[in-house]
Design a protein around this ligand. Structure first.
Ligand SMILES: Nc1ncnc2c1ncn2[C@@H]1O[C@H](COP(=O)(O)OP(=O)(O)OP(=O)(O)O)[C@@H](O)[C@H]1O
Length: 131
């Protein structure tokens, strides 16, 4: 793929190829990282309930939190992969890099968890109002 800043690689705009790259990255994350898969599944269950009941504010809030969590998980995985690509030897520098990356992901996961808990409570209230 052409690097627009360095002027290297292929020219042209290929939206389909971009979508394929995005799906490929998501496939790696979801297939090989169970901690991403189960979080996405939890969000999907609650999101589909809000979608069904047309609770758009709750839907959008949880969707935003899920996107933020997924983004943090993906960046964390990419940084870990770069570290492991450079060296699999024990290294204090690698430890610092991975720990900082994990901390960034952890903050986003914590916020996602809080929002998921609040929204799950909303779902339970929704059902108790119906029955
Ligand atoms: N090469 C290394 N040298 C020193 N410490 C390391 C090294 N690799 C990993 N660690 C330590 O182990 C922790 C976990 O790293 P690892 O690459 O195993 O991530 P992980 O537990 O698989 O994370 P995730 O669940 O997000 O994929 C790091 O945060 C770091 O403290």
């Amino acid at each position: 793929m052409r690097n627009k800043f360095l002027g290297t690689g292929e020219t042209g705009f290929h939206p389909l190829r971009k979508i394929r790259v995005v799906l490929s990255g998501l496939k790696y994350a979801v297939r090989y990282d169970f901690s991403v898969t189960y979080k996405l599944m939890l969000s999907a269950v609650v999101l589909s309930i809000f979608f069904f009941f047309r609770k758009w504010i709750d839907f959008l809030l949880l969707a935003a939190a899920t996107a933020m969590m997924l983004q943090a998980e993906l960046f964390n995985s990419a940084i870990e992969a770069v570290c492991d690509f450079i060296t699999t030897e024990k290294s204090r520098r690698v430890k610092v890099i991975k720990d900082i990356s994990a901390a960034a992901a952890g903050i986003c996961i914590l916020l996602w968890g809080i929002i998921l808990a609040i929204e799950t409570y909303q779902v339970l209230r929704l059902f108790s109002i119906l029955h």
